[in-house]
Design a protein around this ligand. Sequence first.
Ligand SMILES: NC(=O)c1ccc[n+]([C@@H]2O[C@H](COP(=O)([O-])OP(=O)(O)OC[C@H]3O[C@@H](n4cnc5c(N)ncnc54)[C@H](OP(=O)(O)O)[C@@H]3O)[C@@H](O)[C@H]2O)c1
Length: 293
Amino acid sequence: MIKNIKLSNDVEMPMEGFGVFQITNLAQCKQVVMDAFETGYRLIDTASSYQNEEAVGAAIKEALTRGMVKREELFITTKAYIQEMGYENLKEAFARSLEKLGLEYLDLYLVHMPLGDYYGAWRAMEELYEEGKIRAIGVCNFDSARLMDLCYNVKIRPMVNQIERHPHFQRIEELAVMKKLGIQPQGWAPFAEGLKGMFTEPVLQEVAAKHGKTVAQVILRWEVQQDVIVIPKSVHKERMEENTAIWDFELDSEDMEKIREIDKKCPSMLDCSKPSEIDRLYDYLNNPVLTSL
Ligand SMILES: NC(=O)c1ccc[n+]([C@@H]2O[C@H](COP(=O)([O-])OP(=O)(O)OC[C@H]3O[C@@H](n4cnc5c(N)ncnc54)[C@H](OP(=O)(O)O)[C@@H]3O)[C@@H](O)[C@H]2O)c1
């Protein structure tokens, strides 16, 4: 049974959700979201840039019609990309995403990148939040400096910061800053997409064997034990089941210490401090290659 955590505005958010990045075939996306609901996931994480909001919406509609889930049990997240920043753009982007998802309100709306006029966008998000159209608002990929600057200049602080986070990029100091600011961390790419040897990391294999669990389950358990919300993605139902079977065991302090030692302290996927990366993210606007975001 997936546990919830309370955000700074008292909204309850599931600690484990399901991400749909790089599921570009809409029929497949609808099917995997249905499988995710059946597995027990209630939080779905999409984005306008993933170009699959309609498929998520179709799955929600079918699951509600079939009585598999109730709307109030769901926690639907989407994100506004760089071209959707700015006050007016954000309002239009929100209406577009809501329509594609077939929803009357959103549970969490996120600024996708720390780029573009995100201050203008934030003012629009604050208004939508105050009008009751979004239950929680947040950002993604904000480092501590940008996050603090945003907090010091807005009326409503972000409730969530969704960041790349896994055993090779633990961001301990950044988590401490978020805690101080009252911002809930949510980790994306908990498996670093399986790249750079994450699943064959000896320390993780050793801890997994000790608990009779898989490396994937150890990683997810390690995250939630530090109060980081996780959103693993898989198109395979058996892996969805594996990834949700993390609520019946506990890592001890020795396990946590061993995992802390494999921190490489650098991103595997996204480095917003690199000029080439900024160009790549902006280039996406002209040439959307879904697998490169
Ligand atoms: N805010 C942002 O900027 C941002 C950026 C990236 C991602 N995200 C969000 O975070 C979510 C998760 O990140 P991600 O999809 O990039 O990567 P991820 O969850 O770290 O890894 C997904 C990969 O791991 C495989 N996998 C999943 N469970 C497994 C298991 N138990 N054993 C072995 N392999 C397994 C999947 O394969 P199969 O699918 O073939 O099973 C897929 O190749 C995304 O879907 C998205 O919602 C947000």
